[in-house]
Design a binder for this molecule. Structure first.
Ligand code: FES
Length: 861
């Protein structure tokens, strides 16, 4: 052990270093400064950035001993006397954050850059490339890059020097995020908690023996009765110990009998005769993980292929028409086969939980979840408790994107170990686990055919989708093609090709980007064959009036009007513009309840058991109450992220249903309270409250599957249209997305800055899917090779195009509040629009995502 002094945020501290701790371990653990985040642990993402003697440094790569006699500044040290640094104010004013988990690192580095820039260049604005270069060591999974660009540019211009400007904050919990005060589950340290580690399958398939009888109360089983592991990384057991290092040692030595079996990781190999069967019998098939949110659709197994029963309307007629057109060489028929890779969620706050079941009558869980109240219900059911005996807290949530909808292995490990040890237990996944074992957007292979008549009206459509959801089933997406482009006869079929790889799960707009990649590529190709403008053809094919408004908007864009013929350039760099449209269901949680009250000396207070994983739910709720009382949203106290027997039911942040469930309900509750207390509540009204429940809409859409509790599908489809402009470097195969115009038909917008931010983030995630992101599995071991943020490439600040967002706000008057959710529809079509832009630039039709440089060069040969 060595002990030395250091000055942290202006205060002298003494630091003890025992072994090989890194600076971030000391800063977060010993000093308790949890504003500094740990995400990649490899110096790639920048979340752990602090300054050491004035220089920004990745504290995960910095040995703790480097802090000796140093001046260290963390995000907590940037504000002086409660007055924010101008960069922090700029981040608030430009809503340069969503979940906020990457924000401290960005802010610390941006402060250094802005100070340097202004002393060298005065109050001038750097160009986008300079900002991107300066902050190239940072990543944001939410994709808040456009706001970050705007904030840094504005701070350089000196626009946020006035402390009074802080009132322009766009997000009510933004101050906590830019100052490092926001405490996420991963930041929690209960003094008495044990640390848990999950023991995982080291091979692609194995039979796993039972836990040894004398394993003790610090070891629990996570596999259950079916003792077959079907993917490398699958949780088998969990161990707890007073320190993480001790838990890791016990986990490594756990005498678990693992008998490896043959396995298969490639979908094509899995379909071949003689391939090892992933789920060989009835018991295994019924234990297969579910990649979807709802119940399983019926299916028929043939080896590793599970075909879903059902299909589109008039399938045989559609096929006859398509076969006839093919035989006749009819150019009104387009047929394509396209594929996509597996995309990983990689939320920046890892999956994590702290469980305290020391009181047998009360299970308390803190966790990073998108579904606090639903998790409470699940846990009560699972452990035979009354719902009131379970509480779930998710105060700040560092992203989820669909991977945190249901209780996950970290949570169950912490709970089971807390029960067996009688101690609180904490389980936090590391980045390798996060990139391996927390779900993914399934890959795909799709055959699509569309036949139109002379005017371009749809006459027949056939879509056959094969989902690559690892060992999971229900990765279906072709079914989404039944809901777009009119009512022509169509043959629609979905199948899963299972492999011994990590199971898929819902990922923002489940199936949507995959279906759009096939459908929108085909429509674009059809327009080319027919010599039609692709948007003009969509105006003919698509009967959706809200999307028509978006098509008209896009036709007026300069970038679209100036779009020349396909492959007009012949130089090294070729520019192209492509469009793709999106369709999505409108969902709502009718049981949502909001209580608005007067507390603490006349303060308006709103509460519901939903959560804010970066989507802006807190701000939306504040805006709703503020709109009724005509006050600043910052003056409304919002309590989210706590689900107990006392809290009003709140919706899951999934299925784009949180905002549409919460906003109008909060307005109704606030109006009821205003009836009681008048327009200007005071301390005299403390304790007065009113509640409202959302209720369903008229015309709920019936669906052929059992939906999870808390979802109804309402009337009407939301729509989107993305127009992307790209530049293809034909020498290197690299593609740059230059501009994206995003049009959204989702009705009225109640939190404009957050809505725009969500749409921009969707574009960024779509660019990741289109160009970079792809899980890679080692076929020999079954292990995930893309298990760190260097090997799994997500978009960076420098990959960010200029993004404009347009909202078409009409068409949702039948919905309380006049608008619906947008988090999913906004993410459906960006990737396809990039693919269509590449075709326009080069005349080569990309058919496989991601559109990697090697694929571009191969295609252009
Ligand atoms: Fe950047 Fe969520 S705001 S990771």
């Amino acid at each position: 052990m060595v002990t030395f002094g250091s000055t942290v945020n202006g205060t002298p501290v003494k630091i003890d270093v025992e072994g090989s701790e890194s600076a971030v371990d000391v800063i977060r653990g010993q000093l308790g400064l949890t504003g500094t985040k740990l995400v990649c642990a490899g110096g790639v993402c920048g979340a752990c950035t602090v300054t050491i003697d004035g220089e920004p440094a990745a504290s995960c790569l910095t040995p703790a001993t480097a802090l000796r006699d140093a001046e260290v500044t963390t995000v907590e040290g940037l504000a002086t006397d409660d007055e924010l640094h101008p960069v922090q104010r700029a981040f608030l004013a430009h809503d340069a954050l969503q979940c906020g988990f990457c924000t401290p690192g960005f802010v610390v580095d941006a402060v250094s850059f802005v100070d340097r820039w202004r002393s060298a260049h005065g109050d001038t604005e750097p160009d986008r490339h300079t900002i991107a270069d300066a902050l190239a060591g940072h990543l944001c999974r939410c994709g808040a890059y456009e706001g970050i660009h705007r904030a840094v540019a504005a701070a350089c211009r000196g626009e946020h020097d006035d402390p009074a400007a802080e009132s322009s904050a766009q997000r009510i919990d933004g101050r906590a995020k830019v100052t490092g005060q926001a405490v996420y589950t991963a930041d929690l340290h209960l003094d008495v908690a044990l640390e848990a580690v999950i023991v995982r399958s080291p091979v692609g398939a194995a039979t796993v023996g039972p836990l040894p009888g004398d394993a003790g109360d610090h070891v629990v089983d996570l596999l259950g009765e079916h003792r077959e592991a079907t993917w490398a990384g699958q949780p088998l057991a969990a161990v707890a110990a007073p320190t993480l290092a001790e838990a890791q040692r016990i986990a490594a030595e756990l005498p678990l009998t693992i008998t490896p079996k043959p396995f298969v990781t490639d979908p094509d190999a899995a379909k071949a005769a003689g391939a090892p069967e992933v789920h060989p019998d009835k018991a295994a098939r019924s234990a297969a993980p579910n990649a979807a949110e709802g119940t399983s659709l019926p299916g028929r197994w043939n080896g590793n292929v599970r075909s879903q029963l059902g299909g589109g309307l008039l399938g045989p007629l559609a096929r006859r028409r398509i076969d006839k057109a093919r035989a006749a060489g009819d150019d009104r028929l387009v047929e394509l086969t396209v594929g996509s890779g597996v995309q990983l969620h990689t939320s920046f706050e890892p999956h994590c939980a702290v469980a305290d079941w020391t009181d047998p009558e009360h299970l308390r869980v803190w966790t990073s979840t998108q579904a606090a109240d639903d998790t409470r219900r699940h846990l009560a059911e699972r452990y035979g408790l009354e719902a009131e005996q379970v509480s779930v807290t998710a105060d700040f949530v560092g992203g989820g994107f669909g991977s945190k909808l249901t209780p996950t292995a970290d949570m169950l490990a912490a709970i089971e170990l807390s029960r067996s040890t009688g101690r609180p237990v904490r389980c936090v996944l590391d980045r390798r686990e996060e990139l391996t074992a927390t779900g993914n957007r399934p890959g795909s292979s799709t055959d699509v055919a569309i036949l139109v008549d002379d005017e371009g009206r749809n006459r027949a459509m056939a879509v056959h989708g094969q989902a690559h959801a690892g060992s999971a089933i229900n990765g279906f997406y072709a079914a989404l093609a039944t809901m777009m482009y009119g009512r022509s006869p169509r043959a629609i079929s979905d199948a899963d090709v299972v492999t011994n790889t990590p199971p898929g799960s819902p990922f923002r707009g489940p199936g949507g980007p995959t279906a759009a990649w096939a459908l929108e590529s085909a429509v674009d190709q059809l327009a080319h064959q027919l010599g039609r403008d692709p948007i003009d053809l969509r105006l003919t094919m698509d009967g959706n009036r809200k999307r028509h408004a978006l098509y008209r908007w896009a036709q007026g864009l300069e970038v679209w009007k100036g779009r020349g013929p396909v492959a007009a350039d012949d130089g090294r760099y070729r520019r192209g513009v492509g469009a793709a449209a999106a369709n999505w269901l409108y969902m709502v949680d009718p049981d949502t309840e909001v209580r608005v009250s007067i507390e603490g000396g006349g303060r308006l207070t709103a509460i519901t058991a939903t959560q804010d994983p970066g989507t802006g739910s807190k701000t939306l709720l504040a805006n709703a109450v503020a709109s009724v009382f005509d006050v600043d949203p910052i003056d409304v106290d919002v309590h989210l992220g706590v689900a107990t027997g006392e809290t009003p039911h709140g919706p899951t942040s999934g299925g784009s249903r949180a905002s549409v469930s919460v906003y109008s309900t909060a307005v109704e509750a606030a109006e009821a309270l205003k009836e009681q207390v008048g327009a200007h509540p005071t301390a005299e009204h403390d304790g007065m409250a009113a509640s409202a429940t959302r209720g369903g809409d008229r015309g709920i859409r019936p669906v052929p599957v059992t939906l999870p509790v808390g979802i109804q599908i309402g009337r009407g489809f939301s729509g989107a249209l993305h127009v992307s402009e790209v530049e293809v470097d034909t020498l290197t195969g690299k593609i740059r997305v230059l501009t994206v115009h995003a049009g959204l038909a989702v009705g009225r917008i109640h939190a404009p800055a957050q809505a725009r931010n969500q749409c921009e983030g969707s574009v960024i995630q779509g660019i990741g899917l289109a160009l970079y992101e792809q899980q890679v599995i080692d076929p020999h071991t079954g292990l995930t090779l893309t298990s760190n943020l260097e090997d799994y490439r997500i978009p960076q600040l420098g990959d960010t195009p200029e993004i404009t967002v347009h909202f078409h706000t009409e068409g949702w008057d039948h919905v309380p509040g006049g608008g619906v959710g947008l988090g999913e529809v906004a993410t459906v079509s960006p990737a396809a629009s990039v693919g269509n832009a590449v075709f326009h630039a080069t005349g080569w039709r990309p058919t496989q995502l991601p559109i990697r440089p090697d694929r571009v060069l191969e295609g252009l040969r």
